[in-house]
Design a protein around this ligand. Structure first.
Ligand SMILES: *Cc1c(COP(=O)(O)O)cnc(C)c1O
Length: 232
């Protein structure tokens, strides 16, 4: 029985707020995204009934099945690699796509958003950990995407996302998160595009991410428990 979910959600919510306060930030400046990948719709419903609104999924098919079965009030965040043949399906359900990592994908999503009357919020995923990560755009590619964003009128580029290597230590995490924040500050100024969102922070590093300016933490394990298999 997923009774633990409501209690863990409450605990994480309180830790997120506390981390924001410790960093001198408003508690409501950090959005908690409950990463529900691999967990059944029933568990999501438990979290919804405990007041959770935003959920993260990383597979198009799984998102579709869950979104179809669950309340429309849910705000879905797509956080996984976007395969180009799945982008239309993802757009149909996700209000936010955190993982747009190429110019080609950005323009494709913009075209499909125009065709389907959607207005998705987009984050540019940047790889700041070098070879140890296979997903995410280079800094140069991400800047090109931002330059193209002005022409992409059917979507809103709202900020940046990054995934540190799984084995990163505290100083490495701080450095990666801080680099992302500085890039955001710099590009915001240079291109006059508001980039309010920084999607950083998972179960093991959200406190550090919030201290470095995270506005969206993506937390799975600490809310729903250990996943049976890891598909990321
Ligand atoms: C699975 C996943 C998360 C959640 O990770 P936890 O360690 O379970 O909190 C966050 N972001 C992305 C992109 C993921 O794939």
């Amino acid at each position: 029985m997923p009774n633990h979910i409501a209690a863990q959600l409450e605990e994480i919510r309180s830790k997120v707020q506390q981390s924001a306060l410790s960093a001198g930030r408003a508690p409501e400046s950090v959005k908690l995204i409950a990463v529900s990948k691999t967990f059944p719709a029933q568990d999501i419903l438990t979290a919804v009934n405990a007041g959770q609104i935003s959920f993260g999924e990383n597979k198009a098919q799984e998102l579709e099945q869950k979104a179809a079965a669950l309340p429309e009030s849910i705000e879905w965040h797509f956080i996984g690699h976007v395969q180009s043949n799945k982008s239309a399906k993802i757009l149909q359900y996700a209000n936010w796509i955190h993982s747009v990592d190429s110019l080609k994908l950005l323009t494709r999503i913009n075209r499909q958003a125009g065709e389907s009357g959607k207005h998705p919020n987009i984050l540019l995923e940047i790889n700041l950990s070098g070879e140890s990560s296979k997903t995410g755009a280079t800094v140069d590619e991400a800047e090109k995407m931002l330059q193209a964003a002005a022409e992409c009128s059917y979507l809103r580029v709202a900020g940046l996302m990054s995934m540190p290597p799984l084995d990163a230590n505290e100083p490495e995490l701080r450095s990666i998160f801080g680099t992302l924040r500085k890039l955001r500050d710099q590009w915001q100024k240079k291109y006059q595009i508001p980039l309010p969102e920084l999607s950083i922070g998972m179960s093991n590093d959200f406190t550090t991410a919030i201290a470095e300016g995270s506005t969206m933490v993506r937390i799975g394990t600490a809310i729903f428990g250990k996943r049976d298999y890891d598909q990321s």
